[in-house]
Write a protein that binds this ligand. Structure first.
Ligand SMILES: Nc1nc2c(c(=O)[nH]1)N[C@H]1C(S)=C(S)[C@@H](COP(=O)(O)OP(=O)(O)OC[C@H]3O[C@@H](n4cnc5c(=O)[nH]c(N)nc54)[C@H](O)[C@@H]3O)O[C@H]1N2
Ligand SMILES: Nc1nc2c(c(=O)[nH]1)N[C@H]1C(S)=C(S)[C@@H](COP(=O)(O)OP(=O)(O)OC[C@H]3O[C@@H](n4cnc5c(=O)[nH]c(N)nc54)[C@H](O)[C@@H]3O)O[C@H]1N2
Ligand code: SF4
Ligand SMILES: [Mo]
Length: 710
């Protein structure tokens, strides 16, 4: 443990995990700042971390359920008893040949995470919220370019040249932060003469800073991009050199033929953006020195992969791959493997999506992790028996949240179908109310973690050390320490190292580093500047042909060899009964449903924070419905209904309603006394709408159709 002073570590008030400095005095965290060696930024949540560290709601002892799941009644137990219960259950499962019926659901901070090693060694699966974020983008990039893009990170906005264009298409960079530096990088790029274009049905903070806000119809982005592709090809404004040298032979001709009828005029009808605007944006992009496109939640609809596909085609034909201001490709410095390396179970053979009831539908699924929504389906189906949740709150974050709650409380012959549910938490959450065991985690101020992130914004190729800056209270233990202990008990051949620090040391050895050395270096290591157009020296891209694949022959049968221009299927259905589209968004004040922010008095403060989430309704729509500002309204979908306060606002299209995601916690001193409603009470569970899913890389979950009853 370091002593008092400014100590470098990594924030975890949200999933961006920025490099920060913590000021420690008398063994207590007093203040947070961005770490100047990590570009020096921390956001309001990051700085408010101090309030939470000393919250009276912290759990400090393991708890065991008394009563039924969901009641939230617990009694303290010892760590020994808790670990014995888990180890006995896991032994029983493995003895029956059902190790794959263990799932641990956690946020994979890094491929250095020992939880992942445990699952691979034991034979269970990681099931994570990551497919919610932008899996369609990842799958689209792999299929087109053969490389994993920098997940969770946008183009490197700090590299945009003057005149470059930054397009946010379903991306809220000033609200759903990827790094506290991103908003400033975007603003600085604009100061250098770059231009910001925001496609969003909601006038986000990004839109407020933009040169051009285009309030596209929800899910119209694919049509808009296809219209631009048509125009760029028709006018021969594409990057001839890139197309001739780096696109697989024959693909460009197929594209040309495919987009012939996808004119701006035809696409305008779908996306509700004037044809003249589609042409104008296409010409701007074709003439600009660089174009970077980013999308995130806005993409995660029933035809998510079509948009990912159209987006990558657009980048390819305009020559914006691995260039300054365009889409960077990763260049990883590998860490040393920890031998022996466990192979892990085969997702294709044993994963939920193949053991589940709709296995045929998953033939084309090509993301490496199970989506969280499949938990409920697998429990019902007997495919999931033990669920260990860490840093996740599916009882509130899952669309159709009640589906998850129903599944985990489902009984057969008097016993729960899900045989064991464990929740690691810092404070009790909606999810831990259902757990059989609640384990008290160490906070990010109290634990070691090696963050090695191919998907990282600032240090795309580097490592960042999270180190304990203060002691943990009571009996808190970090989930990684506990997984290592379970590994030592259940698969000792893979856990021969002493502890988490030694595990990280082995991985760092190949870089000539160790945890202690990293500590001395200020916690950050980066191999240097990012390289551009690396495919030239590498002899091409990671695809089989070494060229860019615009045409996906493996999806011919599914009708997705080229991007389909239609709207998301969930928006096509029920338009008469449910005339509005629900759009959910984030803000800088909160991370998901996280108790860390929703239970933080600073971030929930009505003046300096964000206390509630009224439903934003356009005044034109409100007038028709006779709704006034401040009225209580009922918003209903086919899945459920909520009561919310109406806030009339021009920030949202008249055919949509905007709701801040993540509210609705009923537990914790601050969270439970606050106001706010959960969007996921309205959104259907993805597992119950498989007909809408493309089930290749995407999922439909951020939204649904709703109606307003005043
Ligand atoms: N402060 C904060 N930062 C976070 C998080 C957080 O909760 N809080 N969460 C982290 C996580 S897990 C993630 S995945 C990222 C998410 O990062 P973002 O996806 O950038 O965050 P959201 O605010 O959900 O933004 C989605 C935007 O898409 C718009 N949108 C909805 N439908 C459409 C559409 O069809 N087309 C277009 N063009 N736009 C549409 C919405 O209006 C909204 O502005 O943020 C990460 N960072
Ligand atoms: N309607 C709608 N639903 C969505 C989204 C949306 O935009 N709209 N976004 C989706 C997306 S992209 C994602 S990624 C998911 C996110 O969903 P989740 O992965 O479930 O994440 P959070 O909502 O942030 O909840 C995180 C939980 O971890 C706890 N926690 C925080 N720090 C620690 C820690 O150090 N240790 C432990 N053990 N626990 C900790 C918090 O208190 C909180 O209860 O939600 C998805 N759900
Ligand atoms: S964006 Fe803010 S809350 Fe998220 S990790 Fe960075 S400083 Fe922390
Ligand atoms: Mo996410």
């Amino acid at each position: 443990m370091k002593h008092d002073g400014w100590i470098p570590t990594a924030c975890y008030q949200c999933k961006a995990e920025c490099a920060i400095l913590a000021r420690v005095e008398d063994g207590k965290v007093k203040e947070i700042r961005g770490n100047p060696s990590g570009r020096g930024k921390a956001c309001v949540k990051g700085m408010a971390g101090v309030s939470l560290q000393y919250s009276p709601d912290r759990i400090t002892r393991p708890l065991k359920r008394v009563g039924e799941r969901g009641e939230g009644r617990f009694e303290p137990v010892s760590w020994d008893e808790a670990l014995d219960i888990i180890a006995a259950k896991l032994n029983e499962l493995r003895d029956k040949g059902e190790a794959h019926k263990l799932t641990a659901s956690f946020f994979p901070h890094s491929i250095t995470d020992p939880k992942w090693r445990f699952l691979n060694a034991y034979g269970g699966f990681i099931n994570t919220a990551l497919p919610h974020c932008d899996s369609a983008k990842i799958v689209a990039f792999i299929k087109t370019m053969g490389g994993v893009p920098n997940h969770h990170i946008p183009p490197a906005w700090f590299t945009v040249p003057p005149g470059g264009i930054m397009i946010m298409a379903g991306r809220h960079a000033f609200g759903g932060l990827d790094d506290a530096a991103v908003p400033l990088d975007i603003l600085e790029a604009r100061r250098r003469g770059a231009r910001l274009v925001v496609l969003d049905p909601f006038f986000s903070e990004d839109a407020a800073k933009a040169d051009w806000w285009i309030p596209v119809r929800p899910s119209g982005d694919t049509a808009l991009f296809l219209g631009m592709i048509n125009h760029i090809i028709a006018r021969e404004m594409y990057d001839r050199d890139f197309v001739e040298n780096w696109i697989r032979e024959g693909d460009f001709d197929k594209l040309k033929e495919y987009v012939r009828d996808k004119t701006p005029a035809a696409m305008s009808v779908i996306c509700d953006v004037p044809a003249a605007d589609i042409r104008k944006l296409a010409e701007m992009c074709a003439e600009a020195p660089s174009v970077g496109v980013d999308s995130f939640k806005g993409i995660m609809l029933g035809q998510a992969l079509d948009f990912g596909h159209a987006w990558t085609i657009f980048l390819a034909i305009t020559g914006n791959i691995d260039n300054p201001g365009g889409q960077p490709l990763p260049d990883l410095t590998p860490l040393s493997p920890v031998e022996p390396v466990p192979a892990g179970p085969s997702l294709a053979e044993k994963g939920f999506h193949v053991t589940g009831p709709d296995r045929e539908k998953f033939r084309n699924y090509s993301f490496i992790m199970e989506p969280t929504w499949y938990q409920a389906q697998a429990i019902k189906n007997g495919g999931l028996k033990v669920l260990i949740n860490s840093e996740a709150n599916p009882a509130l974050t899952e669309m159709g949240q009640s589906e998850w709650c129903r599944a985990v409380t489902m009984k057969e012959n008097g016993a729960y179908k899900l045989e064991l549910l464990v929740s690691y938490e810092i404070m009790l959450s909606e999810t831990s109310k259902y757990a059989d065991l609640v384990l008290p985690d160490k906070t990010y101020f109290e634990r070691w973690e090696l963050l090695y992130m191919p998907w990282w914004y600032n240090f795309g190729q580097g490592v960042l050390l999270r180190q304990p800056v203060v002691e943990a209270p009571g009996e808190c233990r970090h989930s990684n320490e506990v997984f290592i202990e379970l590994g030592k008990r259940l698969c000792p051949e893979y856990f021969a190292f002493r502890d988490d620090v030694e595990f990280y040391d082995i991985q760092l050895a190949g870089l000539g580093l160790s945890v202690a050395k990293l500590q001395d270096m200020g916690g950050i290591w980066s191999p240097g500047t990012m390289g551009f157009r690396k495919y030239r020296d590498a002899g091409g891209f990671g695809t089989p042909s070494k060229k860019i694949h615009l045409y996906w022959e493996d999806l011919e049968e599914a009708g997705q060899a080229m991007p389909r221009p239609g709207l998301a299927p969930e928006y096509e259905a029920d338009a008469e009964a449910y005339p509005f589209i629900l759009v959910s968004y984030r803000s800088i004040f909160h991370q998901g449903t996280g108790q860390w922010s929703h239970n933080n008095p600073q971030l929930r403060d009505p003046v300096s924070g964000l206390y509630e989430n009224p439903a934003l309704i356009n005044p034109i729509a409100a007038e028709k419905l006779g709704i006034k500002d401040g009225d209580r309204v009922t918003i209903a979908s086919r899945t459920g209904e909520i009561e919310a306060t109406a806030k009339l606002s021009q920030r949202i299209r008249p055919d949509c309603i905007a709701l801040h995601h993540g509210f609705g916690s009923s537990i914790g001193r601050v969270a439970a006394s606050g106001s706010g409603v959960s969007d996921n009470a309205l959104i259907p569970d993805a597992g119950t709408t498989l007909d809408w899913q493309d089930l290749v890389g995407g999922e439909s979950h951020v939204s649904t159709r709703v109606r307003i009853q005043s």
